[in-house]
Design a binder for this molecule. Sequence first.
Ligand SMILES: Cc1cc2nc3c(=O)[nH]c(=O)nc-3n(C[C@H](O)[C@H](O)[C@H](O)COP(=O)(O)O)c2cc1C
Length: 418
Amino acid sequence: MVKRQLPNPRELMELMQFKKPDLDARRRRLSAALTIDDLRAIAKRRTPAAAFDYTDGAADGEVSLARARQAFQDVEFHPDILRPAEHVDTSTTVLGGPSALPFGIAPTGFTRLMQTEGETAGAGAAAAAGIPFTLSTLGTTTIEDVKAVNPTGRNWFQLYVMRQREISYGLVERAAAAGFDTLMFTVDTPVAGARLRDTRNGFSIPPQLSVKTILNAVPRPWWWFDFLTTPKLEFASLSTTGGTVGELLNSAMDPTISYEDLEVIRGMWPGKLVVKGVQNVPDAVRLIDLGVDGIVLSNHGGRQLDRAPVPFHLLPQVVREVGRDATVMIDTGIMNGADIVASVALGAKFTLIGRAYLYGLMAGGRQGVDRTIAILRTEIERTMALLGVSTLEELEPRHVTQLRRLQPVTDASGIIAR
Ligand SMILES: Cc1cc2nc3c(=O)[nH]c(=O)nc-3n(C[C@H](O)[C@H](O)[C@H](O)COP(=O)(O)O)c2cc1C
């Protein structure tokens, strides 16, 4: 028998704790986003389809990206119990400098297309969070303007070695003059990947208006208001070099780049040099032997070669071959702070986020990028605490098992794997 009583008015009053409504719609929207997937959903509602798909999409069947994300889902964590970890320290040192978190912002081209604040929002949020920001050669904000937004924090510059080499060399000099501390040479774009969503949407750089894009614009007036009332989209650091946006984009993909270019750049660049887009063990070993300061295991977020190796799968073997002291970084598919924790446990010194940052940007400009970083930070801290570790150095391979879903039938030399 349940004992019953009349409701007590005082107890009832205690239950009625109504929160004051937040009148700032952007803040309300962003604080309701608990995950990067939530930010993606907001981004999709607010951004014209062609711009959203340019960001969200990958090459061909988008298998590289799906597998990279799946690989992170297929992690099993192994926590230790009864290990006091009251305070979790997420800070690290990478490429000779500090970072408050084990991730930085990846280089992305044409970023002001996603949301008009573009790189300014990314660099500002990175500065506030104490993490590095990487500006793309194909960025829509100049090297000098990024420096102005993040004057005391760490700025990295991503380099495409262009067909007209002098253009790239000019950028290297400007980045050095502006005090960028790291140059990231991207090597996985000998030609452009097949971005089928862009073709189907009739998307081009620079964007063109069609009946379809105008119809799609109607429910997204703010994006269009921003687009039409702010400076024209252009590859800002390249605006003085001449050539249309299309010509410059074409020039950025050069199938003749080689190790000789790496040598030339090494000779020109006073800071740390990183090669981004490494996709097998021998290349990783060769680069580290050549003395580069770091490598990024990456398949460009699945935007280049489809069905490419999953960087997270490559990570343990690369770390084993080049040693845990080498600076091995990783990107592609990171959607959760736990993905970052798993990468660090398997030997990554650092990670980069591309879309996770851009979803935040599209969801709410600078505040949206702040929200991305806050979500990832909380997830990293919670995962570390639940694992029973209080510093990143304590993370070890034993904390993570990569569960097998895709099992190779043959190994890299074509031999049937046992
Ligand atoms: C819209 C977009 C533009 C990108 N532009 C560049 C670029 O200009 N240079 C570059 O090296 N990588 C570029 N990338 C790749 C990112 O630097 C990074 O490798 C990738 O986004 C990581 O995967 P994730 O998006 O799953 O985090 C771009 C990625 C996206 C999504």
